[in-house]
Design a protein around this ligand. Structure first.
Ligand code: AMP
Length: 207
């Protein structure tokens, strides 16, 4: 199955994609993860996109499309995949349509207040790459998995979160109409606990 996960930053795409990937045995393709890995490893691409990522903007379409096109051509994607964070613009969606036929686009619907609270409460462990929310941490500075020192990701800082939401609303939101017009859009309520939201997704996939 070829699935797109749509939704604002903080809507839970990454978490849901991780669960789906093990359940359906198809890879999760996260453009955000690909870009962060390049940033961490200071590759030429990483250096080129550093300011964009840290400012909450979008990496240019031609770079992003080329990366996804190459990735989807790999053997492990032949039975399907879950796209997490791509497409993020109409141009990216049109490019994807030109080389792949996706089955459905799942839109995780979460209100703005919940999004801001999720992102501003998010903490990241640079040692083990774990992501946590302060509401589930005894000590918001210590990683519960490896004991590392938790940080706020640069793109989770308040001013960057607001910019990411602005970019989402202007550039990514039109994709909902785009996939609705193709008859491929399914909207799932993304609020509530992880298990509850995941169940809702499985229910729509089984239909
Ligand atoms: P994410 O983890 O999906 O929120 O992505 C983190 C950052 O990577 C975004 O704020 C963008 O700067 C960049 N990014 C991820 N996916 C895309 C995409 N499809 N197009 C352009 N930029 C992207």
């Amino acid at each position: 199955m070829k699935i797109i996960l749509l939704g604002a930053p903080g809507s839970g795409k990454g978490t849901m994609a991780q669960r789906l990937t093990s359940e359906l045995d198809i890879p999760q393709i996260s453009t955000g993860d690909i870009f962060r890995k390049n940033l961490k490893e200071e590759t030429p691409l990483g250096l080129q996109i550093k300011d964009i990522l840290e400012g909450g903007g979008l990496v240019p379409d031609e770079i992003t499309i080329a990366i996804v096109k190459n990735r989807l051509a790999e053997e492990d994607c032949s039975n399907g995949y879950i796209l997490d964070g791509f497409p993020r613009s109409i141009a990216q969606a049109e490019a994807l349509d030109a080389f792949q036929k996706i089955d459905c686009a799942i839109n995780l619907d979460v209100d703005n207040q919940t999004i801001v609270s999720r992102l501003s409460g998010r903490r990241f462990c640079p040692d083990c790459s774990g992501t946590f929310h302060i509401s589930s941490l005894q000590d918001p500075t210590v990683c519960p998995v490896c004991g590392g020192k938790l940080i706020v990701r640069k793109d989770d800082r308040e001013e960057t979160v607001l910019e990411r939401l602005r970019v989402y609303e202007t550039t990514t939101l039109p994709l909902i109409e785009y996939y609705k017009a193709q008859g491929k859009l399914v909207t799932v309520n993304g609020t509530g606990g992880i298990d509850v939201v995941y169940r809702r997704i499985l229910d729509v996939l089984h239909k």
